[in-house]
Design a protein around this ligand. Structure first.
Ligand code: PHE
Length: 342
């Protein structure tokens, strides 16, 4: 009996097997318990001899069961510790983080610089009615400026007689929206996306402008020049800038000027402030009286300047990137090369 149970206990693989053995050996109807019950029918001499022996056997089996149970629990714990082992000294796996696109970064910088000069931010839709995009800006239908703008027109199904809409070709319609919304005086900028069917080294069909508009009782071109010079100095972090104001024409300003910045393209990199090249960065002028009227502002009382600045253009200059198209290719190698992505 002893031999049989001690071997079986040593061979038990899990707690259930141990429990079965316990019931078989020392349970109420276990072999040892039954044997002990037999003691009553024995002679006193036999009982004297068998009693202690059975008691000792029972104790031995009980402690063997307990010992085996503890051993199994230890083994299970060891196994778990091995399986769940974690090396806290391993270096972390690097995770690539997204970064702010250079155009967004520049938009934020531009907004901050103009905010310092008291310009609030205004917004308008990218899908714009042709009235806001053209008519209100003194560009009537059949005006040559419409053809020159390479406009994307929104398709209208036959019978759909809602007014025609375009992808806005400039941020200037926001001038009208701001005037109508807040009246004079005004000092706002309007950064945003604009669209023209045009594609080469310095043109992409989607690009970014920031519109500026300042209206008060006696705003002049001199104020415009000062604001732009302050802006360019702050943006390029220089004390001295080389800007070129060229007389120009826009239907919505009179007089009008285009502004270029001196640069060079040597060796495929773009440098600001040196060289014999000029990169056009903005159009500007004094707001045309008809435009003020479209914005419900009295041109006899108010006047002001407006400008439209190419955000992508100044981003190219700032980062020395000669091809604007790369900004929108989403090529991670290019973005990493210029430090725009991790
Ligand atoms: N809207 C013009 C353009 O996109 C720029 C401009 C804005 C010119 C405001 C004058 C005044 O070319």
């Amino acid at each position: 009996l002893r031999e049989k149970y001690l071997t079986a206990i040593a061979d038990a693989r899990d707690e259930a097997a141990i429990e079965t053995l316990r019931v078989q050996a020392v349970g109420k109807k276990g072999e040892i318990s039954l044997a002990m019950r037999e003691l009553g029918r024995m002679s006193p001499e036999e009982r004297q001899e068998a009693g202690p022996r059975l008691n000792a056997l029972k104790d031995e089996i009980n402690s063997a069961l307990a010992a085996r149970k503890a051993a199994l629990a230890d083994a299970a714990l060891d196994e778990r510790l091995r399986a769940e082992w974690l090396d806290v000294t391993l270096p972390g796996r690097p995770r690539r983080q997204g970064t702010i696109h250079p155009v967004s970064q520049v938009t934020e910088e531009v907004t901050a610089i103009f905010a310092d000069m008291g310009f609030a931010v205004a917004e308008g839709p990218q899908v714009e009615s042709d009235w806001y995009n053209f008519d209100a800006l003194n560009i009537p239908s059949h005006h040559p400026a419409r053809a020159e703008m390479d406009t994307f027109y929104m398709h209208r199904a036959e019978g759909d007689d809602r007014p025609p809409h375009v992808l806005r070709t400039h941020t200037s319609p926001v001038q009208i929206r701001a005037m109508q919304a807040q009246g004079a005086p005004i000092r706002v900028i309007a950064p945003g996306r604009v669209y023209r069917a045009d594609y080469d080294q310095t043109h992409t069909p989607m690009f970014h402008q920031v519109e500026g508009l300042a209206i008060d009782r006696d705003i002049s071109m001199a104020n415009l020049k000062w604001v732009l010079e302050e802006f360019v100095k702050a943006f390029f972090e220089v004390d001295q800038v080389d800007l070129r104001f060229r007389a120009s024409h826009f239907p919505f300003t009179e007089p009008s000027a285009e502004v270029d910045i001196r640069c060079s393209w040597e060796g495929g990199t773009l440098k600001v402030g040196e060289g014999d090249d000029w990169l056009e960065i903005l159009g500007s002028g004094m707001v045309h009286p008809r435009v003020l009227e479209a914005g419900h502002i009295d041109p006899n009382e108010w006047q002001g300047f407006a400008f439209g600045l190419g955000i992508d253009r100044i981003a190219m200059l700032k980062y020395g990137i000669p091809d604007l198209r790369a900004f929108f290719d989403s090529d991670l190698r290019w973005l990493r090369h210029y430090g725009f992505a991790a």
